[in-house]
Structures are given as C-alpha cells and as structure tokens.
Design a protein. Structure first.
Lengths: 187, 737, 326
C-alpha cells in the first residue's frame, strides 16, 4: 500500500461568479466567533475604466496560506506555524502578540485578536478535519469558492486550475499563495 | 444528522489533528510536549434546529445551532430547496436580530404625562385588554371594515385570520403596490398568472438572462442568485439594462446604461427587431398565443433609431442585443424584476417584458419560466368567517384602478384621511412593516395616522412606525416562534416548517399567541381552536400526509414533483379571457388602456438636479435590518452614488458628506458621496433603508440617509394603483456641518 | 480629462491593519534607537580599549557598559509595552526560530546582558572594588565572595570580553535593522541595507551619547574620528538604499517616493540627512581640523537624527504596502 501524500490545501475563488455579497465574511465571523470589528475574510471590488466602458472584478480574499509563509518565518515563538495540508495557523497560547507576523504578511491577512494573540483565517481546519468545507465555502450562494487538495489531481480545485485562467495576488512577493482567483474564460 | 452534512467529502491527511507540521522548529514544540494546536471555536451546536429564515421574505431553510441555550450560528439547510445548504449574508445574520439589545422587551401603552405623551411599560393582560377594547369600540362605532391590517412577514398570517374573523377584509402589504404588484398584473394580463415569490424564473438553465434594472446579486434572493451563478458558470450570458454599473452589469456581455424611465422604448425596439426579423418562436406563438398581428402592427414604428433618441442606447447596440437575446430562445429569460414600482407606467413595462418573453417562447420553457405546483395541505378546520367583508376603500373616491388584484397599502393609508375614500379607515394593526419608510410620502402617512382612533403595532424592533402607535406589542423573532407552514409553488414542491429554536427573550410573545389572545378577548374564540402554533402546523402537515416527527427533524419535506416545462410534457393553461397568451390585451383595451404597451416620455430632471434612484444592499432588507449589528459588520450605512465626472465638475470629492434636496425642498440627512464611474451623469443612487430617526433603534439611528424621506412625490400606476417612486429629483450639496 | 481610473472598494476595516498598517507605535522606534545606542556604546568602549590598551579611562567610558545596560533595559521595557500578550513573554525563551530576527534578537539580548555586565565590572577601579567587597551587608549576604569571583573572571577574561562586546554589540546593532529589513512585505523595509544602516547609526549615536559626557582628550579625539567614519558610512548606505529603491520595481518606487518626496520626505531630508548627518559631519570635520572647539550641538543633532531615522523608517514602512500596487 503506497503512502498517501500529504495534502496541499488550497482555495479557488471564481471572480466571474462572486457578487460581493459578503455572505462568506459573516459565515466566517459566526463560525469562528470572530470579534466585532474584525474579519478574517473580506471582499475587494475593483472597477476599472471610464463610464460607460467599465470592467469589474470581485474577490473574496483571505489569508493565502502561502507555500513560503513569511509570517511563519517571522514568528519568534513558533506560534505561527504550518499545519496540516500547508495551512498556516497560530497557536494562541504561544503567541506574545509581538506582531512581527503581521508586518511580515504582504496581504495584511492577520490582525490582533482582543484577547492578545494574532488571529487569521484557518481554512476552517477544525471543520476540514471533520470532513466539512470551510464555512465561507459552505455558505457561498454563488458557488464561487472552492476548497480542496491540490496534491490530489482529481480534486475540484486541481481541475479548476488545470482548465481555467487564474492568478494569485501579488505573485511578486514570492510567497506562493494557495488562494487562487479564476478569471473569465478558459485557460 | 449525516443527511445534513455536505456532499463532497474532503480527504483528510494521513496524520490526525495536531500533526507537528513541516517547517516549524522542533524546539518550539519541545519534541511533541508543546504541540501546535488547531483551535476549535466551539460554535457547533449541541442542538441543531431546522427552521426557515425571516430576515427577508424568501424563507430559506436554515439550521440553527444552539449551544448552552444560545444560538451560536445559522447555516443553510442542505435539504431545503430554497437554500440548498447556502445562505445570503442576512441568513447568517439572524443572530444579530435575536440578540439585538434594542428589541422591544415589554408591551407599551401610550399615556399622557403632564401634557407630553409617553409610552409606559405594561403587562400583556393590560395591553391586550386595551387593544381588544379598542377593536370592539371601532367595530361598534364604524363597523369592522374601519379596521385595517398592514402585514409584512410570515407571522402576519395569524393577524390576517384575526382580522377576517373580525369582519374586515382591509388587509394589505407594501409588497404589492409599493413593490411587485405591477409585475404580477403585467404578467397576468399576458399569461394569465403572475410570477409570484419565489419567482418562477428558471435562470439555472437560461442561456441568456436579461435584467431590466434588476440588480440581482445586490438584491439578494438566495436561490435566484444561486441560479444566476449556476447559469454564469455554465456559460450563460447577461444583458443588463441599468443606469448604474451594478454588480450584475459587471458580469454582463452587454451593459446598456439606459436613460432612467425609458425602458419601455428599449423593450418595444427590441420586439420591433425580433418581430421584423422573424426571430420569435413561431411554433410556440402559433400554438399558445393570440394577437401577434396586432402586436406587429403596433411595433411598426418602434425602430431602434426611434428608441435611440429616447433611451440613448445606440441603434446598432439595440439590434445586436435583440438578436443576441432572441438567439438563445426559449432558454432566454427577460427577468421580470421584483421591486418594479418606478415610474407609474410599471404595469405596462412589466407587460412589455412579458410580451418579450412570450416572443422568445420562454414561458413554461426550460431556461425561461417554470409552471410549478405546490404541496396542498388541508387547512386546519375552524369556523367559517361570518360574513363577506366590505370591499376595501383603497382607491380615492371616483377613482378606479381597474386591474388591481390585491389591496393597496398606500390606498388604505389614504383612506384613513377622512373623506378621501368610499369610507374611512379608523384603526390600524401594523404587523412588521415600518410604513414610514415603506410607503412613499411619509408626511402623508403621518397625516393619516393623526386621523386614526386607534393604532397598534406588533413588531420586534422599535421602528419609526411604533412611535405613532397607541399600543406596541413586542413580538418574538422568527427564531423563537412557530408560524404557518410554508408551501409555495416551486419547481420542487416542498413543505417547510418554522419552529422555535430558543425560548422567547424578554417579555416578547409569538404572533400566533398575540392574535389568539386578542381573539379570545373579542369573542372570536371559535376561530382559534388550536392549542398553539406547533399543534396547528403539525395538524396541517399530518393532514397533508407528511410525517410530523421527520419534518421537525429535517425542517423540510419534498412533495411530489410535477413537470414544470412544456418540454417535459406539461400542457400549459393560460388563465386569460382567450385562454391563450395575450399579445394584444382586450382586457386592457376595454379598461381604457393601451392593449400593447406604449412609450410615454418621463419627466426630465431640471438642470442641476438628478433623478433619485434607490436599490438594495445584499446584507440588508430595507430598513428592517439596518439596526442589526452583526450584519452591519459588513455594511453599516449607505452613500450617494454620483457620476465621478459630474462630481469633479461640482467640486465634490469622493467621501465628502453631502445632503440631497428634492424638488419639494425636503433635505436628506448628511450622507457620504460615492463619486464613481459606475453611474450615468443624470441620476443618483442610494441603498434604501437608512436614515432612521427612531431613538429606540440605537444602532441604526443617524446612519446614512433615507431615500424614503425624499420620495415626497410618486406617480400612481393607473392600471393597478402601484406607486412609482423613481420620479423625484434632487440637488446635491456639500454638507455644511 | 477621462483618464482610465480604478475604483477599489476594500471591505476590510480591521483595527491596526486598515486603512494602512499601524501595528507599532512609539515603543518600537524607541526600542530600536536605544538598541542602536547600546550597540554603539558596547562596540566603542570595547574598541577604544582594544586600540588604546587598558589604561585609565574616564568615568563615562568606564561606566559605559552599565549605562548601556540601563538603556537596553529601558528599550526592553518599551518592547514589552508593545506586546499584546505580556504574560506570554516567556515564550520568546522557549524557542529559537532561526528565520525570525525577533527570535535572534531576544537571544542576542540574553548574550548582551552578561557581556556588558562583565565588561563594566572589569572596568571598576581597584579602590571601588575594595569598598564594595568590604561593604558589611554584602559580606553578610555572601555577595562579597560572589563579587570577588566576578571581578576575578572579568579581569582574567578581559580580552575575550572586549571582543565579545564588539561582536554582541555588532549583532545587536545589525539585528535592530534586520528586524524591519526582514519584513519584505513592506516595500519600505525590503532592503538589506537596513542592518548595516542601523548599525552605523548605532555607532554614531553611541559615539554622540559619549561625546555629550566629560571624556578625556584622547578618548574624544578617537571617538570624533570614528563618529566621522560612521556618519560617512551612514550617508553612503542611505544613498545606496535610495538608489536601490530607484532601481527597483513598483514596490521600490513606492519606497523611494515615500522617503524622498512623499509624506516622510520633508522629515527625512531635514531631520535625518541634514540635521542628523550633514551638519554633524561638517562640525566633526571642523573639530578634527581644530577649527572648532568641541560643542554639544553635533552629538545632540546626531541623536535627534538617529531617533528620527527609526521613527521615519517605522512609520513609512508600515504605510507602504503591496496593496498600493494595483
């Protein structure tokens, strides 16, 4: 029996479908009990052009769970770490709140939880480990969020990235994000 | 509850939770003694209660997670056809309503205190006695029909029943004459039935979807948005007609930034092209429709060039889009919209949309409109209503909106001003609708209220309307009560139950209880024979042949599916005088209206003024959720959209606080300006529902500006009495603090 | 008029993160500045002895290591104040993360304390030692025997200690720069120059700190010359940094604009370059050529410049973001 390869979790966001309704933000907030005034995922709505020649893109964004996570590298205590499937997590009781990881994140995905530790998107690993999808993916009324294992060639995310044109945010940071954004049209 | 979890199982990596992951220093884990942690936020419920949502009126199935007696989260019920396991932002946000600290907590009675009027908290008995006494008084003095009920929300059924038992048929909701009414009438005139709610649109299978001012995605009806997304994912194309670059426009193949108020001209020109080029569904029309020749005749001069002069849409674009739309028929849907009371010509515009759909052969076809059935549940047996109520006085004296098929909320309001209608309304029960914001011309509403003998408001939150009531009764939220069973016509017929998730907070009571208690006090016991609403609902469910226990566990049960498309062997019936699709309406002609829609030019905004348009935010339902702190985490106010070039010319910067002043000199609250490329230069746009001034809405008060306040003028649809509200013009001024 | 535009609606309003990062306040620049001064004190006082041999030093020079300890402790108080979860401070010392400058820093601090302490103890004059050891309470509490042991070690290890002081001082100085320099997510900090820049700034501010005190002529003579070298090196490093930004991509342009013509341009040119480096450079040169009597002004300017450099780099760095690149 061959050993199963370690999964590589990724999220794929179809910007063609997203309507920027923010259901993902609220589902995350209630699932993860995110304190008032903070969010772990958020919407960016971009409009380019001049009336009436306009183009729009909506993106549900969150921590990119980078393959090269500068936040983990910056953490002096090992609180920020890479967990199952490449998920970047913070162990609350190891975090001093020094905020080096926040400064290190080019995507500003982290914030200081009022309880003093640094908080961020967890890909809902606590759900994933129970066989559920992340809360944002589960709730999305446009089916624009997909979660899965990129090391599994048959996973939905693998298939989408094989067949559709996509990008990551600010590839120039070299962090190699694991959140991908599908753009209109095939690859 | 394995049936309630998701479809797709995600493979979990070989190792269990808390794996010491690659890359993290061994020292930090002390060789496993101090492992990394996957924190569980602990919001999964000990109990999961299925029910359905009431944050808007779509009624999606939700699963309420309860932990230690508190609702921790609401998720979509995968078994429910309207949510399919997914929710819009509001669906998740029900906790923000349940735990809103500003909720009405005790019954209130208006009292005089040293010349001032104040509300005094009283016990339920005192409040109910007082309401009952006034109900009897009004019945004695003026007859039962002097009592009117405005109801918006699913718990309103108990009060409708109460009012009918009492002897009045004057029951209205702003969702008709202030919202969907013209659409229903326009489609009934054409196909013999309306599109209802949930709409019978079959977007999921459409190849081309045309939106006329409908901003789906911002107007967030869960299943519709799901269907739209499914369609887009499958490669369907959008044609969006909107003065504003809406979210939907951002996804469209064609965005036509039409001049507001000229949609009929565009629709006629489209039909002109389709008819002239023979692009319509010949067989379909031959079989199911009458009046094609007369329609053709009346479209003769409605050329794209003619429409260009009115709509500002170039003729070649009109021709191109007409061919594009027609090319996808019958899976080409021209969406009928939902809130359609815009210009007073709304029934005719809706009819033009219906006609276009008829030409495409979309009615009753896959990718067009379904012809759904519903689960029929026998009603709970109770005493027949004693007498037929008098016809509503919802039209001014000597005026008739001949094709109105539902009572006009605005009309009942007018009838409360003595002498304006066939008879006077003297008392109001207002259930869950903030008439100050939901009816146009709020000054007029307040004037009507002044003439009433008595008014009682039943609500969850102290909205503005409550401040005008003599008695305010605090109702429990949808998460604390059981209501009527939900069995709408839908392509998958179903039965859904609303059940109490937690006990009512404070001294609030469910609507069924309030209505029954009132009934008991005015001698209408026989009409409310059920023990409670759960017993009522379960009786109906059981009578319909469903398993009560199972239904309470799953929240929903599917009925027997029936074919919903002609393709599937359905034989469509058209409930029109001719029994066919009426492309030319004798009904309209006999009533003195255009049998085929004609274009009337809208009034132009005077120089320096802009047409005021309003719409929806996906995170809110009108003004009723703007106090919801949880939802406000994502949207906590509105702004005024103004074309960026115009703003620059006026010296106004994005984000500047401005006030709007309408043609009657009414000023808005200060509101931030959104200077944007996303709107035409001749109109401004804002999200409806903000600008509350009720003190009790501690969070919403003073946030954003109210469009309703600026709608001092409205244009009545002569066919059915709808109130067209996009007929106000405003100046934009920098706010001087 | 109709320039192509881009409108971005950013639906995130996280405290300390939006609209621009502002996770760090005054505490961090103060800490970085004090760390720099301490690095300068340790390197300079040790280097002076290495160059001049162990002869009678002035009081300020002899006590410099202890002063360094006080300043470092003040800096660490500032750092501690910045922590969001102060009770977990011990976590720094349950881990060593080789990729984290902050982890290096916390361990370097552990190294600096004993080195500075022993260095200072070795400089305590004989008569003071005798008095301390003879102090009755110390004798009672057995502190005296410990002191004797410490003095003995400090003397026997003097030369290794001097080198340890130079090395740990350099490590500390460089680390204060790398702390920001490693956060390449901020275009402003994304330069390897920050390490050497903060080290040289530490040297010149350390020298300036000493020059404010009554030194003897020989010490003063050397320090002014070293200060000159440090300032010269600093100016060179700043130039290289700016050229590096200018030669860079969009992120580099953001960083360049920030410092030269943007929000921080004025403060940077006036406080850091002109007042903190240019003017002291000229004054030091004049002093070296015996045209100008020693004044307090030059060292004061250097200190102001050094503190400003930390504040400006911290603030402009937090405000610079890849978000600015559309």
């Amino acid at each position: 029996m061959s050993k199963k390869t370690e999964p590589r979790y990724a999220m794929v966001v179809d910007t063609k479908l997203c309507v920027a309704c923010k259901a993902c933000v609220l589902a995350c907030k209630s699932e993860n009990d995110v304190p008032d005034g903070f969010c772990r995922d958020w919407l960016v709505e971009e409009t380019r052009g001049v009336f009436p020649d306009l183009r729009a893109e909506n993106r549900s964004e969150r921590c990119n769970h980078c393959a090269h996570p500068p936040c983990v590298h910056a953490c002096p205590t090992g609180a920020s770490h890479v967990n199952e499937g490449g998920t970047v997590l913070v162990t609350h009781h190891k975090c001093t709140g020094c905020k080096a990881c926040i400064g290190a994140c080019p995507y500003d995905s982290r914030f200081v939880h009022p309880d003093g530790y640094v908080d961020k998107c967890t890909f809902c690993l606590h759900r994933v480990q129970r066989g559920k999808e992340p809360a944002c993916v589960e709730v999305c009324p446009t089916f624009c969020l997909h979660f899965g294992d990129l090391n599994d060639p048959d996973s939905e995310v693998s298939k989408l990235l094989r067949t559709r044109k996509h990008k990551v945010l600010h590839p120039e940071t070299g962090c190699e994000p694991n959140v991908y954004f599908l753009e209109g049209g095939p690859r | 509850m394995s049936g309630l979890t998701r479809r797709q199982f995600i493979q979990i990596g070989g190792a269990a939770a808390g794996t010491a992951a690659v890359g993290a220093g061994l020292t930090t884990n002390w060789f496993g003694a101090d492992p990394d942690v996957v924190h569980d936020p602990g919001t999964e419920g000990d109990r999961v209660v299925p029910t359905f949502c009431e944050l808007c009126f779509w009624k999606c199935g939700v699963l309420a997670h309860v932990k230690d007696g508190r609702v921790t989260k609401l998720t979509g019920n995968p078994a429910h056809p309207l949510s399919r396991g997914r929710l819009c932002p509001r669906g998740t946000g029900g906790i923000g309503l349940l735990y809103d600290p500003d909720r009405l907590k005790k019954p209130l009675i208006r009292k005089s205190k040293g010349g001032d009027q104040v509300f005094r908290e009283v016990e339920w008995d005192a409040a109910l006695d007082h309401v009952a006494e006034n109900l009897l008084k009004i019945k004695d003095k003026y007859g039962p029909e002097a009592m009117a009920l405005y109801s918006h929300g699913y718990g309103g059924s108990w009060f409708k029943h109460l009012l009918k038992a009492y002897g009045s048929g004057n029951i209205a909701a702003p969702s008709y004459a202030q919202c969907r009414g013209p659409r229903e009438v326009g489609f009934q005139l054409t196909f013999g039935s309306g599109v209802g709610s949930p709409e019978t649109t079959d977007m999921e299978h459409s190849r081309v979807i045309t939106l006329i001012g409908s901003h789906l995605g911002e107007n967030m009806h869960n299943t519709q948005v799901q269907d739209l997304a499914r369609a887009l994912d499958r490669g369907a194309e959008l044609v969006v007609v909107d003065p504003r670059f809406s979210i939907a426009a951002g996804k469209a193949r064609y965005w036509l930034p039409i001049k507001p108020g000229t949609d009929i001209a565009l629709l006629l020109a489209w039909m002109h092209v389709i008819v002239n080029e023979g692009l319509y569904d010949h067989d379909y029309l031959a079989r199911y429709a009458v009046g094609l020749d007369k329609l053709k005749e009346s479209l003769k001069d409605r050329t794209p060039e003619w429409a260009f002069a009115r709509t500002t849409i170039p003729p070649e674009t009109i021709v191109e889009t007409a061919r594009f739309i027609a090319g996808a028929g019958p899976a080409s849907l021209v969406h009928p919209g939902r809130h359609v009371t815009w210009y007073g010509d709304d029934t005719q515009r809706s009819r033009a949309i219906a006609l276009l759909n008829a030409l495409l052969g979309a009615w009753g076809r896959k990718g067009g409109f379904t012809l759904p059935s519903k689960v029929d549940l026998p009603s709970y047996p109770y005493t027949k209503y004693a007498h037929k109520p008098k016809a509503p006085p919802d039209m001014p004296k000597d005026t008739l909106y001949p094709l109105a098929d539902s009572t006009l909320a605005s009309g009942l309001c007018m009838a409360s001003i003595p002498g304006t209608a066939a008879y006077d309304i003297k008392g109001w029960i207002v259930y869950g609708t903030n008439l100050i914001q939901s009816l146009p011309a709020p000054e007029q509403t307040m004037k009507a209220i002044q003439s009433l003998d008595f008014m009682v408001a039943v609500d969850v939150l102290p909205a503005e309307i409550c401040g005008f009531a003599d008695v305010v009764l605090p109702e429990s939220t949808y998460l604390e009560r059981c209501d009527e069973v939900h069995t709408p016509p839908y392509k998958e017929p179903f039965v859904a139950v609303r059940q109490p998730v937690v006990d009512p907070l404070y001294d609030s009571k469910p609507g069924w209880w309030i209505a029954r208690e009132l009934a008991h006090r005015i001698g209408l016991n026989d009409y409310f024979p059920w023990k409670d609403s759960v017993e009522y609902a379960m009786h109906r469910v059981k009578a319909g042949g469903f398993d009560c226990d199972e239904l309470r566990l799953s929240g929903v049960a599917l009925g027997k599916p029936t074919p919903v498309y002609i393709e599937d062997g359905l034989d469509p019936a058209f409930d029109t005088p001719s029994g066919k699709i009426e492309l030319y309406s004798d009904t309209l002609e006999q009533a003195g209206f255009d049998p085929v829609p004609q274009y009337e030019p809208p009034e132009e905004p005077p120089p320096g003024q802009f047409r005021l348009l309003f719409g929806r935010s996906p995170a809110h339902t009108f003004g009723r959720t703007t106090n919801n702190r949880f939802l406000s985490e994502v949207v906590d106010g509105n702004e005024v959209w103004l074309n960026a070039r115009v703003a620059t010319e006026m010296g106004l910067k994005d984000g500047t606080n401005v006030v709007l002043i309408n043609q009657d000199g009414v000023r808005s609250e200060p509101v931030p300006l959104k200077a944007t490329q996303r709107i035409r230069p001749d109109c401004v746009y804002m999200v409806h529902g903000y600008g509350h001034d009720a003190k009790g809405l501690k969070f919403a008060k003073g946030r954003g500006a109210s469009d309703s306040r600026l709608v001092t003028r409205y244009k009545v649809d002569p066919i059915m009495g709808g109130t067209g509200m996009n007929v106000n013009f405003v100046r934009v001024e920098r706010w001087a603090s | 008029m109709n320039q192509p535009t881009i409108e971005v609606l950013h639906g995130r309003h996280n405290h300390l993160i939006d609209p621009a990062l502002h996770i760090w306040g005054w505490e961090i620049p103060v800490y970085l500045f004090l760390g720099g001064v301490v690095a300068g004190l340790l390197i300079l006082s040790a280097a002076l002895e290495l160059v001049r041999g162990r002869k009678d030093a002035s009081l300020p020079m002899r006590t410099a290591p202890f002063v360094a300890l006080v300043l470092l402790s003040l800096g660490m108080v500032a750092l501690f104040l910045d922590l969001e979860h102060k009770l977990y401070t011990f976590r720094f010392y349950l881990a060593f993360e080789p990729t984290s400058p902050m982890s290096w820093g916390s361990w370097i601090l552990v190294l600096v304390y004993p080195v500075a302490f022993l260095l200072g103890m070795g400089s305590v004059p004989q008569e003071t030692r005798v008095r301390l050891i003879g102090y009755p309470p110390f004798q009672k509490l057995k502190v005296s025997s410990w002191l004797m042991c410490v003095f003995g070690r400090a003397d026997s290890l003097r030369r290794p200690l001097l080198w340890a002081s130079v090395v740990s001082g350099a490590a500390l100085g460089i680390y204060t720069g790398i702390l920001l320099g490693a956060l390449s997510a901020r275009p402003q900090w994304d330069t390897a120059i920050l390490g050497p820049l903060f080290l040289t700034s530490g040297l010149s501010t350390g020298a300036a700190f000493l020059l404010l005190l009554p030194l003897d002529d020989g010490e003063r003579h050397k320090l002014v010359r070293w200060d000159l070298l440090a300032i010269g090196a600093e100016l060179l490093l700043i130039a290289i940094m700016l050229i590096g930004f200018a030669a860079g991509d969009r992120a580099g342009q953001i960083a360049l604009t920030n410092l030269t013509t943007g929000n921080w341009g004025g403060a940077f040119w006036v406080l850091v370059v002109l007042l903190g480096l240019g003017v002291p450079l000229v004054m030091d040169l004049l002093e070296v050529r015996r045209r100008l009597a020693p004044v307090f002004l030059a060292p004061l300017f250097v200190l102001i410049g050094g503190l400003s450099l930390r504040f400006i780099m911290l603030a402009s760095g937090q405000a610079s973001s890849f978000r600015m690149i559309q």
